[in-house]
Design a protein around this ligand. Structure first.
Ligand SMILES: Nc1nc2c(c(=O)[nH]1)N[C@H]1C(S)=C(S)[C@@H](COP(=O)(O)O)O[C@H]1N2
Ligand SMILES: [Mo]
Length: 406
């Protein structure tokens, strides 16, 4: 007969430390037992996300959508991807939340409370596309480390806040300003308070655009905690890593901001194309700015079956970083021929655009419907992978869905 094994004294002690309480009958806990108190909370409930969202990581929390979940014209919270580099701040004190402006290129440091920001400056709302620079990373070969995003790290919600440029004007900026960098309240995974999980920014020209906001509302409500409550920077069209969540400080720099994840391979790609797997010198890496043209078929869901003779109405969104999308085409013959989709103008600059098409199929069988967008400068999506880069950024390959007719 085998004797039941119990957890060791040292495991028990570490469990108690993690729980912050003595486990009173701890001695009788069997080996390899999962204490409820140490299990992860349900992330769908915790973040009010739809059950079909896909969790890529729990330390830190990272979650993506699937194409069909992004069908809404304005992305609701339940379908919005979450990308965290560190630990979400706890016990946020909104009443005393402030944002400080400092750096070499401010005439004077200045701090605003949330209510000052809201009352002193005009408020603006824009629908803004946020796509993680690593969206699509899972397809690169050789593979790139990091969250293995498929296609779901993109959103387009309505953000309300004050223009960063109005605040910068109030503060007074020196002529040598080059870049702004954000600082935020999240904690580094090491829990070292001296380390920031991420501190990125944008060039001055981007900081001064009308649509660059210090936002306090998402889709008309307080920003959800996971998305930056109570204050976040929004720089639509740039990799979403430039849109700092939980921000409490913005530095106006007289050089390119050198905060966490601004250097090395982080959010930087080879300035010129390289062979897959090639080592790239640091000076040959360029910071990602405007995101490339891309599109997503959000209806129907891949695998849909339609009756013979019926036409299929597809729809989706297309976006092109800082540019407008000029055209979206679809193909049902693996890219041999392309037909035009109907394409709507964006609600405002930097918002994704909606496309649709009614497709006729020549006969029963299996098809793949491909979508391809082209931006205002004539740049189109590649059908398969774009250029390889060390961290697997900027995969803007065409999206496709499978359809059976008959
Ligand atoms: N403070 C802070 N801001 C942040 C991040 C973070 O980890 N901490 N992640 C960035 C990255 S990499 C992305 S893609 C977006 C994701 O925004 P979301 O989680 O609201 O979708 O937030 C950016 N802002
Ligand atoms: Mo990101």
């Amino acid at each position: 007969m085998q004797r039941r094994k119990f957890i060791t004294k040292s495991t028990l002690a570490s469990f108690s430390a993690l729980l912050g309480a003595e486990i009173v009958f701890g001695k009788t806990i069997p080996e390899n037992y999962n204490l409820i108190g140490l299990q992860d909370p349900d992330p769908f409930k915790l973040f009010s996300k739809n059950k079909e969202m896909v969790v890529l990581n729990n330390k830190p929390w990272n979650m993506e959508a699937q194409a069909h979940l992004l069908d809404d014209k304005i992305t609701p919270n339940e379908f919005m991807f979450i990308r965290n580099n560190g630990i979400i701040p706890e016990n946020i004190d909104v009443e005393n939340w402030t944002i400080e402006f400092d750096g070499e290129s401010v005439k004077q440091k200045k701090t605003y409370s949330l209510s000052e920001l809201k009352s002193k400056f005009k408020q603006h709302s824009y629908q803004l596309t946020l796509e993680c620079g690593g969206n699509g990373r899972s397809e690169f070969d050789p593979p790139a480390k990091g969250n293995q995003w498929t296609i779901g790290a993109v959103s387009c919600a309505t953000w309300t806040g004050v223009r960063l440029k109005d605040v910068l004007e109030d503060i007074g900026i020196k002529d040598d300003a080059v870049y702004i960098g954000y600082h935020a309240a999240d904690t580094h995974l090491s829990k070292d308070p001296k380390k920031e999980p991420i501190s990125r920014g944008v060039p001055m020209a981007k900081a001064l655009q009308d649509e660059t906001l210090i936002a306090f509302k998402m889709n008309g409500k307080d920003i959800p905690l996971a998305h930056g409550y109570p204050l976040r920077l929004i720089a639509g069209g740039f990799p979403a890593s430039a849109s700092g969540k939980w921000i409490n400080r913005i530095s106006v720099r007289n050089k390119v901001h050198d905060g966490a994840k601004m250097t090395g391979t982080a959010y930087r790609v080879p300035c010129k194309p390289v062979a897959p797997g090639e080592k790239v010198k640091d000076e040959d890496m360029c910071i990602i700015e405007s995101m490339p043209v891309k599109s997503l078929i959000t209806y129907p869901k891949t695998g849909a079956i339609i009756k013979k003779g019926n036409s299929l109405n597809i729809r989706g969104h297309a976006w092109a970083g800082e540019l407008e999308v000029e055209r979206v085409s679809y193909s049902i013959d693996f890219g041999s021929t392309w037909q035009s989709c109907e394409l709507k103008a964006p609600r405002n600059r930097l918002a994704w655009q909606h496309f649709s098409a009614a497709i006729q199929f020549p006969q029963e069988g299996y098809y793949e419907v491909w979508a391809k967008a082209t931006d205002a400068q004539g740049e189109s999506q590649p059908m398969l992978l774009p250029g390889w880069n060390p961290k697997g950024y900027l995969n803007n390959a065409c999206h496709r869905i499978a359809i059976k007719v008959g």
